[in-house]
Design a protein around this ligand. Structure first.
Ligand SMILES: NC(=O)c1ccc[n+]([C@@H]2O[C@H](COP(=O)([O-])OP(=O)(O)OC[C@H]3O[C@@H](n4cnc5c(N)ncnc54)[C@H](O)[C@@H]3O)[C@@H](O)[C@H]2O)c1
Length: 346
């Protein structure tokens, strides 16, 4: 498939679909072929703007031999069922985060992906950011010494209107969770990517300020198998909200990632401003303002995986692990006990 243009269908034409359209249009070896949305008005908007085919059902899209790959941008509770349909139809699949809203459904996708031999990629744009790649290299090389403490702060503001315009948000069935699952999964996935599997979690997840079913406020402690202790805070209910902060502390260094920019690099024997980067931090309170570069890197990795048969940076198993970590914190909150999350080894 090396020289081939990969033709995409998009399922679900809301906010996230716009990122996918932009990213697909960014690459010469990718082409948007058609779209489908249960709400025809939403699908027509993209079909007309882009001059692409308007499908009348998912089945019709999946039967079309012109389509090589689909991206799933529907409410999270539909991801697993639609991904399974696409995998069975032998289409490559790029699934918006989270992979699914339950561990059971996530596992079904992992198993089907193993069987069918197509690329299954879960969006985890932070993994591909330049800053994260630099931090990961420093950690792999042991430059921060023994990792002891990690702090992840995801303190955001989402208005009542944000939940009102898309009533699936903030429900367990369609969103899978609240501040930690919908908004926080980027940071939670990053923890697993950088520090490996968690041994135990403990936490609180509560609905305090928004009229939603899932948590708008949560705090957790995670003990990683590698030894480090991590605190996590996640909320969508505080004004005015602030950029996500990940502080990584070891015996030889501290690094701070603010959104996806390195804002502190204090490592023994290394220049302080080595990797410092500028950022305008526009998207922490406004998902529609997520920078173009984010999904470009995801779609590039997906295209390379499809064409070269390599594994994407964020596979279905990674999607499962992120859901499992978050669900373990919900379980800890419900039971008042610490929980050992289940992880798929890679
Ligand atoms: N990676 C990121 O940074 C990022 C950012 C925003 C959203 N997301 C994810 O993208 C997904 C969609 O979120 P959104 O904010 O775009 O939601 P949205 O409500 O704006 O859009 C969802 C679209 O799916 C359509 N839809 C609903 N049921 C459908 C069905 N059965 N078949 C086909 N289409 C259907 C709706 O009509 C709507 O157009 C979520 O899983 C969310 O977590 C990811």
């Amino acid at each position: 498939m090396d020289n081939k243009v990969v033709k995409f269908g998009i399922i679900g034409c809301g906010v996230a679909a716009n990122f996918h359209v932009r990213a697909i249009n960014n690459f010469e070896d990718a082409e948007l072929y058609g779209v489908y949305d249960k709400n025809e008005v939403n699908a027509k908007r993209i079909a007309q703007e882009q001059g692409v085919k308007l499908f009348s059902s998912i089945e019709e899209m999946l039967q079309d031999e012109n389509i090589d790959a689909v991206t799933i941008c529907t409410p999270s509770g539909l991801h697993a069922q639609q991904a399974l349909m696409a995998i069975k139809a032998k289409k490559h699949v790029l699934i918006e985060k989270p992979l699914a809203t339950t561990e059971e459904d996530s596992l079904k996708v992992v198993k089907e992906a193993e069987k069918c031999g197509v690329t299954v990629d879960v969006v985890a744009q932070l993994r591909l950011s330049k800053s994260v790649r630099r931090i990961k290299r420093a950690l792999n090389e042991g430059r921060l010494g023994k990792l002891t403490l990690v702090e992840l702060q995801m303190v955001y503001f989402r208005s009542d209107e944000y939940y009102k315009v898309a009533p699936w948000r903030g429900t367990f069935e369609m969103d899978g969770g609240g501040a930690m699952m919908n908004q926080g999964i980027h940071g939670m996935d990053l923890l697993l990517y950088l520090f490996g599997p968690a041994e135990k979690t403990f936490g609180f997840a509560e609905t305090m300020a928004r009229n939603i079913e899932t948590e708008d406020t949560a705090a957790a402690v995670i003990k990683f198998k590698s030894g480090a202790i991590c605190t996590v805070t996640a909320t969508t209910s505080v004004y005015p909200g602030s950029p996500r902060i990940l502080r990584i502390c070891g015996t030889k260094g501290t690094v701070v990632l603010t959104e996806d920019s390195i804002t502190e690099w204090s490592v023994e024997g290394e220049s302080m401003d080595r990797y410092l980067s500028e950022s305008s931090y526009t998207s922490f309170n406004k998902p529609e303002a997520i920078p173009e570069s984010a999904h470009n890197t995801v779609v590039r990795d997906f295209l390379d995986s499809v064409k070269e048969g390599k594994k994407p940076v964020s596979e279905a198993a990674d999607g499962f692990n992120a859901v499992s970590l978050i669900k373990s914190i919900y379980k800890a909150s419900q039971t008042g006990q610490s929980v050992k999350p289940v992880f798929i080894k890679k």
